[in-house]
Design a binder for this molecule. Structure first.
Ligand SMILES: Nc1ncnc2c1ncn2[C@@H]1O[C@H](COP(=O)(O)OP(=O)(O)O)[C@@H](O)[C@H]1O
Ligand SMILES: [Mg+2]
Length: 264
């Protein structure tokens, strides 16, 4: 937030499967490994971000109790009371709930309904507990995602290097323009994910993205790597699963790009 040392980055793309949760989890781990204090917020009812760090049993336990994002937002509570430590140093999480499916309904009757998340984060910002807050968004463009965007300084948009990877992207940029008076969030960059060198969609995707004025595309891109899925299956970041794997190095490189972005 403006005047505060914490940088809040959200991961949005209304297209599901573009790599939002994977990027959010692995970038957070690499930032934390680089010594940054990082808070993750799992904003999606699919619980994928929570599952990236905890096994299914624990994630369901967190989702079913009242100590999660859904209850905090519904009751407009200070989110600093909902922080869970991950097994990793410098890396904390606010877990989600499957009840997040009802959050649009809960927000509907609230006053200043677009800023509820931002207000719930206020004390975390005031105490300057973190260098980065990373928020994983669901693949929708409703009031909840507006809340996420209103709480964010920056947006990272992961897009899959595939024939339909860019489908709907223009809508998303229009959506961001449409709410530009409500939020100062700016696009930090588009990240090309799931690149398969046997196909030529990477080149095609980068060429099309170059046609968008004023949209930064990260130099770093992420290859398709089965280690990503194995890591997720084991609820660990890809660097913990296999440090030498290609995607682990790419997420480290992305973390450097993100840290440098702040100092430019
Ligand atoms: N670099 C990668 N290599 C292989 N599989 C990947 C990679 N990135 C993401 N995936 C897989 O693609 C699927 C969608 O990724 P995910 O991060 O869940 O997307 P989103 O959050 O945008 O829906 C997941 O099953 C995930 O395991
Ligand atoms: Mg996701």
């Amino acid at each position: 937030m403006a005047g505060c040392k914490t940088k809040t980055i959200c991961f949005t793309n209304n297209k599901g499967g573009s790599g939002k949760s994977t990027t959010c989890a692995n970038l957070a781990f690499e930032l934390a490994s680089a010594g940054k204090k990082v808070l993750l917020i799992d904003g999606d009812m699919q619980l994928n971000l929570s599952l990236s760090f905890f096994d299914e049993e624990r994630v369901l336990e967190m989702a079913e109790c009242e100590e999660n994002l859904y209850y905090a937002i519904k009751n407009k509570r200070d989110l600093s009371g909902y922080i869970v430590h991950t097994p990793y140093e410098n890396l904390d999480l606010i877990p989600s709930s499957t009840l997040m499916s009802q959050i649009e309904y809960e927000l509907f009757t609230m006053i200043q309904r677009e800023y509820v998340l931002k207000k719930c984060l206020r004390s975390i910002y005031e105490k300057e507990l973190y260098d980065y807050v990373l928020i994983d968004a669901p693949p929708t463009l409703g009031t909840w995602v507006i809340n996420i965007l209103c709480a964010a300084d920056y947006v990272i948009v992961p897009v899959e290097a595939s024939p339909w990877g860019l489908f709907g992207l223009a809508n998303m940029f229009d959506f961001l323009n449409g709410i530009s008076e409500m939020t100062e969030a700016k696009i930090m960059g588009v990240l090309i994910t799931k690149v398969d060198e046997r196909k030529n969609y990477y080149k095609q995707t980068r060429e099309i993205l170059a046609g968008y004025d004023n949209i930064n595309v990260f130099e770093t891109f992420i290859h398709v790597d089965t280690s990503v899925e194995w890591a997720q299956d084991n609820s660990v970041p890809v660097s913990v699963y296999k440090k030498s794997t290609r995607s682990a190095k790419e997420f480290q490189q992305l973390a450097r790009e993100v840290m440098d972005y702040g100092s430019r």
